[in-house]
Design a protein around this ligand. Structure first.
Ligand code: BDR
Length: 317
């Protein structure tokens, strides 16, 4: 089985990505580590447990991660994901935080990877704080990772949080810098522009949510707030491929689940801008090799959309 660790700041599209992994029979989710990000850390932990409960998978260990970025000021996306991070439709019977593991996220990541050297894929759909702490604690562990998939950053200075910055990289730019400069495993990045170019028709979203299952009803409920917001003209203008349903975290997850999904990528050295009035947090792509970096990453360019849709449909079955 494909062993996956998910690092998430569980908001709505993180929930979609987690459910995609849980639904795949070839995937074994070793654990979910939670981060600050879309919503404060406590919510992100609660939301993760709620998703697991919906999928009847509370057996998967959940770890509390960093509540703050390394250096930057805290940033959340309550407007987008709802104040509670999951569309503000609370579940009175949601599982409590006593279910969290005692070990903290960064240590747990290192431990799980060390237990299965060469076999673990890490999928990061949050600001990269937990991953940066993990590599700081244990600089060599990334050699033992099979691969790292990140949703974050941008390729054309098209921001969604600042003029040039994508949310996960702006929310902890120093962590993004550390991860892109110290992780040595094969690394795949689903950037903001990539997901904007690959939005799906709203009619697909309707069919996806109309499935007669508890998971689909849960998703319809938690997605209602975000959907209302993303269907406004201001937001739909951002989507390069035309208006549609954009579930960014799921692209990183889908590529990690099925290694035939990604059909085109650019292999290039990258780093993150840490200064700059408008450019802090922006991903920098070194196509001319001026940084002389040995380690290159794969910037996702094209995926098989039919396979992607199938994975999404299955996630709510
Ligand atoms: C990213 O930021 C978050 O709002 C989403 O969950 C996704 O991880 C998109 O910029």
């Amino acid at each position: 089985k494909n062993k996956i660790i998910i690092d998430a700041d569980t908001g709505v599209d993180d929930a979609q990505a987690i459910m995609m992994a849980l639904a795949d029979p070839n995937v074994e989710v070793l654990g979910i580590t939670c981060s600050h990000g879309n919503t404060p850390l406590e919510n992100s932990c609660k939301n993760t447990l709620r998703v697991l409960k919906t999928c009847n998978r509370l057996d998967i260990p959940v770890y509390r991660g960093c509540a703050e970025p390394l250096l930057a000021r805290r940033l959340h996306a309550g407007d987008f994901h709802g104040k509670d991070g999951l569309g503000d439709v609370p579940d009175p019977n949601a599982p409590g935080l006593e279910l969290l593991q005692k070990m903290r996220a960064a240590q747990a990541i290192v431990k799980m990877v060390n237990e299965h050297p060469g076999e673990v894929t890490l999928v990061a759909t949050a600001p990269l704080t937990n991953l940066a702490v993990a590599v700081t604690l244990n600089p060599n562990f990334t050699q033992k990772l099979k691969a790292l998939y990140i949703m974050g950053g941008n390729t054309e200075s098209r921001g969604n949080t600042t003029v040039c910055g994508e949310f996960n990289f702006v929310a902890d730019s120093e962590a993004a810098y550390i991860v892109l400069n110290r992780y040595t495993c094969p690394t795949y990045i689903a950037t903001w522009e990539f997901s904007c170019r690959n939005s799906l028709p709203w009619s697909f979203c309707d069919t996806w949510l109309a499935q007669d299952t508890d998971k689909a009803r849960f998703m319809e409920e938690i997605y209602a707030h975000t959907r209302k917001m993303v269907q406004t003209e201001r937001y739909q203008k951002e989507l390069v491929s035309g208006p549609g349903f954009n579930t960014c975290d799921c692209y990183a997850m889908a590529a990690a689940i099925d290694d035939t999904l990604l059909t085109e990528s650019d292999e290039v050295a990258v780093t993150v801008e840490l200064q700059g009035t408008h450019t802090r947090g922006m991903m920098v792509l070194d196509y001319m090799d001026l940084l002389k970096k040995k380690h290159k990453v794969f910037i996702m360019k094209k995926v098989d959309q039919e396979k992607f849709k199938r994975l999404l449909m299955n996630s709510l079955k």
